[in-house]
Design a protein around this ligand. Structure first.
Ligand code: SF4
Length: 358
């Protein structure tokens, strides 16, 4: 048990939480949390073999070949209120970790070098009407002091109250929107009776401005929207980034025998994807992502906090970081760090550093 905190470690923790961003109270809360974790949790449980206070994932601590989980996508739920035909993270379980367990895992990731966390799903606002997500967002910003906290959501369940309660702690909100034609959205599966996806997108854009959260749009280019011209709509919304993905097949998720979706009819060719990009090349915030770039360049954690390895075209889980620690689990992640950097995975991701006209 790590009952004593070495002086060097205490010094590092103090300097790590110097009040650079938040208030003095935020720094004190962070320090207390870290001290509590260092005093109470056994080293094995934290996956920490070193004692000198280096984050366990740092190159110094682990050797040059170790993977640092700089940017992590935590899909804490697979449940969703939409039924997109190409969905590649489907509702195969309804499991969600208890909040305290999820926080414990996030602390392990921070100790291993995480700088950015992205919460995703399923639909992350579905659990406890967004409260579960809000508490994790606040925890990551205030207690862990992460430079970047973001969310990917379909947007349909977000209420203004959520921004009032948690907007301060969120850097980026990415909303999925594949078409500005509501009929196409319904065809794709992004529709819920009378709710209009595009109108909600505009409302969310306004709330993001009002509550000072950077607004991002994600679009999956597929058979139904590949010929659409979205230039004027995107320019009018003016997101910080417009991430444009090529529809991807993942065995066991959206194709193959045990899959919950059959996405083959959504797939487009490389040439069709390139033609879409060419048509939209004047949009300055466009960040394209082909299947090649996308497949292995994300660190994905599932609802059990297992890294998902997509290198073989399906999602193979590692053991949970809560059972074996980050260092062991990440070895099975299949993460391609070079591709992560090549696709521009590391960018200005903290809202304090963005030159935004709020
Ligand atoms: S909104 Fe996202 S998680 Fe939900 S069904 Fe569509 S692609 Fe899947």
């Amino acid at each position: 048990m790590g009952m004593l905190v070495p002086t060097a470690l205490a010094g590092k923790m103090l300097s790590a939480f110097r009040p650079s961003l938040g208030s003095l109270w935020g720094s004190l809360a962070s320090l207390l949390f870290w001290l509590r974790a260092a005093l109470w949790w056994p080293a094995e449980e934290k996956g920490c073999k070193q004692v000198a206070g280096e984050p366990q994932g740092s190159p110094e601590a682990k050797g040059e070949d170790s993977t640092v989980p700089t940017s992590v996508n935590y899909h804490f739920t697979r449940q969703c209120n939409y039924k997109c035909g190409f969905c590649f993270h489907t509702a195969k379980t309804s499991f969600v970790l208890p909040l305290e367990e999820a926080k414990k895992g996030l602390l392990l990731l921070k100790q291993a070098g995480m700088e950015k966390i992205n919460f995703s799903g399923g639909e992350p606002f579905l659990q406890d009407r967004g409260e579960y997500l809000g508490k994790l967002v606040k925890f990551c910003k205030v207690e862990l002091g992460l430079p970047s906290v973001s969310i990917v959501s379909n947007g349909s369940l977000i209420r203004e109250k959520w921004f009032k309660d948690y907007g301060d702690y969120l850097d980026i909100l990415a909303i999925s929107c594949d078409s500005f034609n509501e009929h196409v959205n319904v065809l794709i599966g992004r529709g819920q009776g009378k709710k209009n996806h595009v109108e909600k997108l505009q409302k969310l854009n306004e709330w993001c401005k009002q509550y000072k959260v950077a607004f991002k749009i994600n679009s999956v280019i597929n058979r139904f929207n590949v010929d659409e011209d979205m230039r004027e709509h995107i320019k009018a919304l003016n997101p910080v980034r417009w991430k444009v993905f090529q529809c991807l097949l993942i065995e066991g998720e959206n194709c193959g025998e045990d899959a919950l979706r059959e996405a083959e009819r959504f797939v487009i060719s490389e040439e069709e994807f390139e033609a879409f990009l060419e048509r939209h090349k004047e949009v300055p915030c466009l960040v394209p992502e082909s299947n090649q770039k996308m497949k292995d360049s994300y660190l994905i954690l599932d609802e059990y906090m297992r890294f998902l390895n997509c290198t073989q075209g399906r999602k193979e889980p590692s053991k949970s970081i809560l059972d074996v620690g980050v260092e062991q689990a990440i070895k099975f992640s299949g993460f391609d760090e070079k591709m992560f950097l090549k696709r521009g995975g590391k960018y200005v991701w903290s809202k304090e550093d963005m030159k935004l006209d709020w």
